[in-house]
Design a protein around this ligand. Structure first.
Ligand code: IMP
Length: 444
């Protein structure tokens, strides 16, 4: 990308096109073959990115997927909420597994810090009578973003300031303990103990802390390529998802700019990740959900259990109206279809191609959670391929019906399928030649 005589590095945003768990971790891992930096822009340790390399499983919660390639730089951006203890724990596990984490992983000095009182407030509110139960991951994510927006949060830069940290914890604990006791009858948290724990964590976190907006913009100016790693998915986005059954951050591609400090004009491509079917964890609308034996079958075949909480995921057929919506909100030009092999056994595959409300077709995705109750899915039945596709490496090797399934998704969404995941391992991947050249992945 040429700008004023200099050449900026190429960029791509990886975004979940459904309710999270689409397999973003794996595509980030594939792209880091030729991208130099991976920057996470939203969420916290509610995310769980699973990457399998030579049969070895890594679950990353906060540290971006780039860490699994030693030559790659990983950035936790300002849009992320960070639990320092969770981060340090993850880093320690990676280090113990022989993964390089020193000098290549950086945390934004502007990221917000999660404290134990955030978890206390979340647990209280999730279980309080009269409150809508969201089915959160109980990591304190929502209350931490509340404090950020309420301008009473603490940022990583402030965490490193011992006196500021002490005053912040004392004041916050006084306030949160009072509220939690009054509203939820929760016991008080000990401010002094919290300070000791966080002051120690701050010391250990210090070497990772940088002005990451500066780091990223400099990297781009030097011609380095950057992948922006989304967490969760479009339908969990605070603005565009199935509110209030959402997470508390901007999971969609727009969040990549605000969540890292890289301008929107520096974003070249948005890659949407979708499973070949649908899943969702937690409560909230899910138009194409399968209940009963069919749903259970998909859950078992797809091993659909949360990477972070182990909760069983709800399962359903591919929902094309939602995929079109995700395409519109994110500006998706490439789709990556994951877990195609989970459908291998089916003789016929239902796909939701549209919605009806009161018997009339509609293109609109409801703004109200209760609006989804009125939706009726219109299904189209595509022929299955009833042949194993696991571990296939080329488009030509795919059964014809599988290629037709993918072509149908392209036709209905207007986005091109650039990559297909045919199994959990790094190598179980099909790359379309056009995608390889557009993303400059040549040589692999
Ligand atoms: P929170 O992000 O913990 O506040 O949870 C809010 C909603 O987002 C709940 O329905 C969670 O199950 C869902 N959620 C949060 N993170 C993920 C994820 O990484 N994958 C799938 N669902 C998630």
């Amino acid at each position: 990308m040429s700008r004023g005589g200099t050449t900026r590095g190429r960029t791509a945003v990886i975004v979940g096109a459904q309710w999270g768990d689409e397999g973003k971790g794996k595509i980030v891992d594939v792209l880091t073959r030729t991208f130099s930096v991976v920057a996470r822009y939203a969420g916290g340790h509610n995310a769980g990115h699973t990457v399998i390399i030579n049969g070895k499983k890594f679950i990353l919660q906060l540290v971006p997927g780039g860490v699994l390639r030693p030559e790659c730089t990983s950035v936790v951006g300002n849009g992320v909420v960070i639990d320092p203890l969770a981060f340090l724990n993850e880093v320690a596990h990676l280090r113990a597994a022989g993964v390089r984490v020193d000098g290549n992983v950086f945390v934004s000095n502007r990221a917000q810090v999660i404290f134990p009182y955030h978890r206390m407030m979340e647990l209280g509110s999730e279980n309080a009578p009269g409150r809508v139960k969201i089915g959160t991951t109980s990591r304190g994510i929502g209350p931490s973003y509340e404090d950020k927006m309420g301008r009473r949060g603490l940022r990583v830069a402030d965490l490193l300031d011992r006196e500021l940290l002490r005053t912040h914890i004392e004041n916050a604990c006084r306030e949160k303990n009072t509220i939690a006791h009054a509203l939820f009858n929760s016991g008080p948290l000990d401010a002094d103990k919290m300070f000791q724990e966080y002051a120690l964590a701050a010391e250990q976190l210090h070497p990772f802390v940088r002005d990451t907006a500066l780091l990223l913009n400099r990297a781009l100016a030097e011609g380095k390529s950057v992948v922006f790693e989304g967490a969760q998915g479009t339908m969990l986005d605070i603005d565009h998802g199935t509110y209030p059954f959402v997470t508390s951050s901007s999971a969609t591609s727009g969040g990549a700019a605000t969540g890292t400090g890289v301008p929107p004009t520096s974003i070249d491509t948005v890659i949407g990740i979708t499973k070949a079917y649908c899943t969702r964890v937690g409560s909230g609308p899910f138009p194409s959900e399968l209940r009963g034996a069919e749903g259970e079958d998909l859950r078992q075949r797809g091993n659909e259990f949360g990477a972070v909480t182990g909760r069983p995921r709800r399962t359903g057929w591919l929902d094309l109206p939602l995929l079109r919506y995700a395409g519109m909100i994110n500006g998706i030009s490439w789709l990556v279809v994951t877990k195609l092999d989970v459908l291998d056994h089916l003789t016929e595959i239902p796909v939701c191609v549209g919605y009806k409300v009161d018997g009339k077709p509609t293109d609109e995705v409801p703004a109200q959670a209760c609006g989804y109750e009125k939706l009726e899915c219109i299904y189209h039945h595509l022929p299955g391929w009833t042949q194993p596709t696991q571990a296939l490496r080329t488009l030509e090797a795919l059964p014809r019906a599988a290629r037709e399934y993918l072509a149908f998704i392209e036709k209905e969404t207007g986005a091109q399928v650039g990559m297909i995941s045919t199994g959990p391992d790094r190598e179980q991947t099909i790359l379309a030649p056009e995608f390889v050249s557009a993303l400059a992945l040549e040589g692999f």
